[in-house]
Ligand binder design. Structure first.
Ligand code: DHB
Length: 517
């Protein structure tokens, strides 16, 4: 830690706010650490060296957030190249300080595996400094992303000094943090970001990463409203109980979605083009796969939420479909249920919840509208527009309106649709600067283009009952990546609400497999 950083942290710990600071060097000091211990849930103690509070840019604007911490286990993994897990704790597009590892998420587990962990802070919608007596908001998009890219650059710039391989960075985040992880994965070395990173004094090295772990990424923000209404519109007069004005907005938004879906040019695993016509069947495939996996793991699924089952009454060795047919239900098959023996899925009456035999029972179909009504009954849906909501039917800004705001802290619209409604001017358009900011915050603009170096490896999860954004967002992200030849592990895990860093065994198996590829 150099003296300026020490001075800054002393001031901070004394309760003063340091508006800005200038650091001369981005070089990591391998001798400046404290020894710390993490106690895991099973009592295992992990000893590690903690390097904390390093600035990752030389022109520090916001010393509360533009720092990172690095944690190096005393017992590094016994593998030729040790990866670095870069975990962001961004949530709600707000600012996030550099944190220390937690025994209950991927950071603790990574240290236990002998991997290096980096936890950067970043500016966000609520970060402010005082300059010339005025409060300045520092975290308008894309500043939070720029900070995280600068942190990646710091790791690469100091590759010779930091244990772990800067060519093996796995980014990880949840929700808005999942979006940030997807952006770190998709926008590596993107030229649009360069001038800003230069101005910030980020290290002048590459910022592409090896892998992105994205839990419920709240992304594709400029299409998320139409995607939400196209999917959940079926619940408008049912469980969602919208009023007439809301239904009108919902229908206007939903009407814009088919041409967006068609414009993506996505294909399923068999190369069949995905269009608004067959898209819902494709989506059903992922939900059916999720339910099927859950059954295999011993979960029970109510017969009231839209799934149809084939239940083999004669037991595992009986006359039901051969086990091997389960493989036929993968999304690449368009989500079609197994066929072959001509038997129809039985329909279960109310109160007749079946028990399942994991070796002989199958999910044979899904009434999507019924399932979506179930999801909406677990957590009430957002009202339309779900993201760019400010000034359309309510005045309150969403987290997204805030992060697209300005230095004065004034929130802003980020779609033409909502801008037009707010201004009551059917011809209004976002200005060029806003269009560029929105573009820089959307990973979909980069995948499959030559604008950036996209990570080769992706682990994407969105809970099967997570309604914070529509299923189209993660499905499109994963599909676009698969279509561009990336290694993608994607699932909608059963019964999961909006959350992240779960099923760490699965995640860390995937990391180990990816390292061995
Ligand atoms: C988050 C959740 C949201 O529903 C949203 O719109 C933005 C961010 C979050 O949890 O980070």
């Amino acid at each position: 830690m150099n003296y300026k950083i020490m001075a800054a942290s002393l001031l901070l710990s004394a309760g003063c706010s340091v508006a800005s600071a200038k650091t001369n060097s981005l070089r990591f000091n391998p001798d400046s650490f404290t020894r710390q211990t993490l106690t895991m849930p099973d009592g295992t103690q992990i000893n590690y060296k903690a390097y904390e509070g390093m600035y990752y840019v030389t022109n520090v604007e916001d010393s509360t957030y533009q720092t990172l911490n690095i944690y190096v286990p005393e017992k590094l993994a016994d593998i030729p190249k040790v990866p670095i897990l870069l975990r962001t704790y961004v949530g709600g597009y707000a600012a996030s300080t550099a944190k220390s590892p937690s025994p209950s998420d991927a950071t603790g587990r990574a240290l236990e595996e002998g991997y290096v962990v980096c936890i950067p802070g970043s500016r966000g919608s609520n970060s402010t400094i005082v300059r010339n007596g005025k409060t300045i908001y520092t975290g308008m998009a894309p500043n939070g992303l720029l900070d995280l890219k600068a942190a990646v650059r710091y790791l690469r710039y100091n590759d010779d000094l930091i244990p772990g391989e800067s060519e093996l960075i796995f980014t990880d985040g949840t929700s808005a943090g999942g979006a940030m992880s997807s952006l770190l994965g998709a926008t590596g070395n993107g030229r649009e970001y360069d001038k800003y990173l230069k101005k910030m004094g980020a290290a002048d090295v590459r910022d592409d990463v090896f892998a992105a772990i994205c839990y419920c990424p709240i992304t594709d923000l400029n299409h998320a409203d139409m995607e939400y209404e196209w999917l959940y519109g079926c619940t408008n007069t049912g469980v969602r109980a919208l009023n007439a004005a809301q239904i009108k907005i919902s229908e206007e938004l939903a009407a814009e979605c088919p041409s967006y879906i068609n414009s993506l040019g996505l294909k399923d695993k068999n190369g069949i083009p995905l269009t608004a016509e067959n898209y819902k069947e494709y989506l059903k495939g992922f939900l059916i796969e999720s339910a099927h996996r859950a059954l295999q793991e011993g979960c029970e699924i109510s017969d009231t939420i839209g799934f149809a089952f084939y239940q083999d009454k004669s037991g595992p060795m009986g006359g039901g479909p051969a086990n091997g047919r389960r493989g036929a239900m993968r999304p690449g098959n368009g989500g079609r249920p197994p066929v072959g023996d001509g038997r129809q899925a039985p329909s279960f009456g109310p109160g007749n919840t079946p028990r399942f035999n994991k070796t002989s029972d199958f999910v044979t179909g899904l009434d999507l509208d019924r399932y979506l009504a179930y999801v909406a009954s677990v957590t009430p849906l957002k009202t339309p527009p779900a993201f760019d909501q400010m000034g359309v039917l309510i005045d309150t800004p969403s987290p997204e309106n805030n992060v697209f705001g300005n230095e004065k802290g004034e929130a802003a619209n980020f779609t033409d649709f909502s801008l037009r409604h707010r201004l009551n001017n059917g011809k209004a358009k976002l200005d060029r600067e806003m269009v560029s900011r929105v573009d820089m915050m959307n990973p979909m603009n980069y995948i499959g283009t030559d604008k950036s170096t996209v990570a080769s490896n992706w682990y994407i999860r969105h809970g099967a009952k997570d309604r914070d954004t529509s299923f189209l967002v993660p499905v499109n992200l994963a599909t676009k990546l698969m279509n561009s030849g990336k290694n993608v592990d994607f699932a909608l895990p059963w019964n999961r609400p909006h959350s992240g860093d779960y099923n760490l065994d699965d995640l860390f198996n995937w990391i180990a497999e990816t390292l061995n590829k």
